[in-house]
Design a binder for this molecule. Structure first.
Ligand code: SF4
Ligand code: SF4
Length: 378
């Protein structure tokens, strides 16, 4: 394979200007980036999903409520908005919500499984395009889709992705890699290359603690930590060259017992609760969608109050002290939401995540030793 072709990488997606305005907004406490989870309903039933629930459409916030929230948030500084679900296109009033929010001047992206798209949807989005559509690709065959999502929709989704691309809509692919679709990883990346798309694959599945009654650390459909490490490496091998893969881990083998640092852990470093907020389908504000907490109910408090409370709470969060000086920190998907979902607390090192990261570093060192001519990968 041509390496230039291979280097269609998910890294570098974010331009510097975006980082700059987020830093500015963070310093001023501006909620620059919002996520509206319009519905928990979905026509799929993915086994690793952390949102999908069966509710009646009447239980969800109405189009009017979302549009009013959009206006208030826009006036508070929101520029970027992600419309997500569930499957947001399942809502009968999606077009009303989308067009109304666009008229507010917001830069809107959409998360979708792309199975409900048809020529009429494509014409709609072509006329008034979103900034980007983030499409989850769950496999490379109808059979895999049936096993993981409950519907054999790969060919429909693939055709819809091509239709959107031909209409000039920006598309990015996300791939959740689980034991059920693992065998399709090379095909998923091949599909992305053939369609000139970037795919972001992840083999770390959050426990769906938001909807499983707070059963922290329990995930029905995920790898063992060791398997997750192996599949993370497999994903990287689809778009990175051996030097890049090797450069991502420290030169020296890492001793996990060195991480036992005493004292206080770090504060959160992501954008959740600094410039980013999430509103659930029933109107609760969370710092991000993965937080298995109740959040602040916007039926009982104003947007400004909920945002201030969210900012205050997240600023007080401490991550595990053990992670503070970890040499693998940059490689680890550790964050407050992962700690909470895995352990029920933000300051306890999540065993699964830690083992997965150490295994990944070890696997990379073994397969891609420093001496260049020893590479087995290519
Ligand atoms: S398509 Fe997305 S929202 Fe729907 S069940 Fe699958 S993971 Fe959940
Ligand atoms: S959880 Fe991640 S950051 Fe923390 S010690 Fe383990 S590998 Fe390091």
């Amino acid at each position: 394979m041509d390496m230039n072709e291979k280097m269609k990488t998910p890294r570098g997606i974010e331009p510097l200007w975006n980082q700059y305005i987020h830093a500015k907004a963070s310093a001023r406490g501006i909620p620059l980036s919002g996520n509206f989870e319009l519905t928990p309903r979905c026509n799929f039933n993915c086994r690793m999903c952390y949102v999908h629930q069966t509710v009646r459409a009447e239980e969800e916030w109405t189009a009017r409520e979302w549009l009013e929230l959009g206006r208030v948030a826009r006036d508070a500084g929101m520029v970027f908005l992600l419309l997500t679900g569930g499957e947001p296109l399942i809502r009968k009033d999606f077009r009303e919500i989308y067009s109304g929010l666009k008229r507010l001047g917001l830069l809107i992206s959409i998360n979708t499984n792309a199975s409900l798209i048809d020529p009429d949807w494509v014409a709609f989005f072509k006329k008034d395009p979103p900034l980007r559509m983030n499409i989850s690709l769950y496999g490379a065959s109808d059979e895999t889709y049936r096993a993981l999502c409950g519907q054999g929709s790969f060919h429909t989704v693939a055709a819809n992705i091509r239709m959107l691309r031909e209409a000039g809509i920006q598309v990015r692919l996300n791939a959740s890699v689980t034991p059920i679709n693992a065998k399709d990883v090379p095909e998923i990346y091949r599909f992305a290359r053939e369609n000139d798309l970037v795919v972001k694959g992840t083999a770390y599945m959050f426990p769906p603690s938001r909807i499983n009654g707070g059963a922290y650390g329990e995930a029905a459909c995920r790898f063992t930590a060791e398997e997750a490490a192996a599949h993370t490496l497999l994903c990287r091998e689809q778009y990175m060259d051996p030097e890049q893969i090797r450069d991502m881990v420290p030169t020296e083998p890492h001793d996990p017992t060195e991480d036992c640092t005493d004292g206080q852990g770090e504060r959160m470093s992501c954008r959740a609760g600094k410039t980013n907020f999430w509103v659930t389908w029933d109107g609760r504000m969370l710092p991000c969608g993965m937080f298995p907490t109740d959040g602040y109910d916007l039926k009982h408090m104003s947007f400004a109050e909920a945002w201030e409370a969210t900012r205050r709470d997240t600023a007080a969060i401490l991550l595990p002290a053990a992670c503070r000086e970890c040499a693998l920190r940059a490689q680890c998907p550790l964050c407050a939401a992962a700690c909470l979902s895995e352990t029920g607390r933000t300051d306890i090192r999540p065993e699964y995540v830690c083992r997965m990261t150490h295994e990944l570093a070890e696997a990379i060192r073994k397969k891609y030793p420093l001496k260049e001519d020893c590479y087995e990968g290519e």
